[in-house]
Ligand binder design. Structure first.
Ligand SMILES: [Zn+2]
Length: 74
């Protein structure tokens, strides 16, 4: 077995390991990361429905009764 083949195998194994680790960490991040971390939570003052909307929405219309609500502050 020549030194060239050993080098090719070494580089291929190293790149393969990096690829597997990269794919695995990406899958873990998608599984545990919040789907919409910047969403605001709203609670309807009229019917009590709790829902979310975009972070830049200062007021959001209730999907159930149509009343405009302000976001809930935690
Ligand atoms: Zn409502």
């Amino acid at each position: 077995m020549s030194i060239t083949i050993l080098l090719v195998i070494y580089v291929a194994l190293t790149l393969g390991t990096i690829c597997v680790v990269g794919i695995y960490s990406e899958l873990e991040r998608r599984r545990f990361g919040p789907a919409h971390p910047e969403d605001r939570v709203f609670r309807c003052a009229k019917c009590g429905l709790v829902y979310t909307d975009d972070a830049d929405a200062d007021r959001s219309r209730c999907a159930q009764c149509g009343k405009l609500n302000v976001p809930v502050e935690f």
